[in-house]
Design a protein around this ligand. Structure first.
Ligand SMILES: Cc1ncc(C[n+]2csc(CCOP(=O)(O)OP(=O)(O)O)c2C)c(N)n1
Ligand code: SF4
Length: 252
């Protein structure tokens, strides 16, 4: 008798096609979030705040109650939801441009306030949806449509290390950076998402995971080459790791 070993998570809608480009890591990240929601049994109680960028229509794919807060305001909206309905499991899914540039104030102040919310942030070193402009995480030397000769620090400043900044906020319970460039790292990414979500379930404060991701379309690379770039360039600057974990002791 055949055994089913792989199926659609209940937290993803059936018969819906992702709007992501083929080979984009957004799809892997969304699937991991869905699997963790299922495994923790919080789907029925969850509220997603979607943001702006390529994941803007996340509410079309996820089988959870959802609201939309574009232009960096996801954590402001999520704060209101969580404070009004503290029994709900509230999470945001944001691009790096949305989280760390357009909405940097909302994002860091939510962490500083220790809002009991979980956030997934996709770092693909560019503004993907709008055509590959320089973003807050664009690497030094990286060519984008708005840095045609490459990012130089004198003119554009330096890329932001988001997970480290979030970890410095006293209200943060968990902050990690993970990558999706290999099966082993995808497994680690899922563990980190689970930790961030568990921080909320245990009422410990802000839980955050920065996911190093590809944008094959704007990088003008095959998905394979894009993962090589994640390994050889991004992970050298944005080091994967757990930067803060108050859950380790308190959830034993
Ligand atoms: C203040 C402001 N400037 C510009 C925009 C236009 N805009 C919409 S989506 C987007 C890119 C979002 O990029 P990112 O958050 O990195 O997500 P990705 O598309 O790469 O997943 C931008 C710049 C905006 N919404 N608000
Ligand atoms: S533009 Fe880039 S980040 Fe957006 S869906 Fe396409 S490959 Fe993914």
């Amino acid at each position: 008798m055949a055994t089913q070993v792989f199926k659609l998570p209940e937290s993803l809608k059936e018969d819906i096609k992702f709007s992501f480009c083929p080979g984009c890591d957004h799809g892997v990240a969304v699937r991991l979030v869905a699997e963790v929601l299922d495994e923790l049994g919080v789907r029925d109680n969850a509220i997603l705040t979607a943001s702006i960028g390529c994941s803007v229509t996340l509410y079309d794919f996820m089988e959870v109650d959802s609201l939309e807060a574009p232009h960096g305001r996801a954590l402001a909206e999520a704060t209101g939801i969580k404070r009004a309905r503290p029994e709900k499991f509230v999470f945001t899914y944001q691009g790096d441009g949305d989280f760390a540039s357009i909405g940097l104030a909302e994002s860091l102040h939510a962490a500083l306030r220790g809002e009991n919310i979980s956030t997934i942030c996709i770092n693909n070193t560019t503004y993907g949806m709008t055509g590959g402009q320089l973003g807050p995480t664009t690497l030094l030397g990286q060519i984008t449509t708005t840095s045609p000769t490459g990012r130089n620090a004198d003119y554009y400043g330096y890329p932001i290390k988001i997970a480290e900044h979030v970890a410095l906020c006293d209200g943060t319970a968990f902050s990690a950076r993970v990558s999706l460039d290999s099966v082993a790292n995808i497994r680690k990414a899922k563990q980190a998402i689970k930790k961030a979500f568990e921080a909320q379930i245990h009422g410990l404060g802000f839980g955050f995971v920065e996911i190093l991701s590809t944008c094959p379309t704007n990088w003008k690379m095959s998905p394979e080459k894009a993962h090589e770039r994640v390994r050889n360039e991004m992970m050298q600057v944005f080091k994967p790791g757990i930067y803060k974990d108050v859950t380790a002791e308190q959830t034993k």
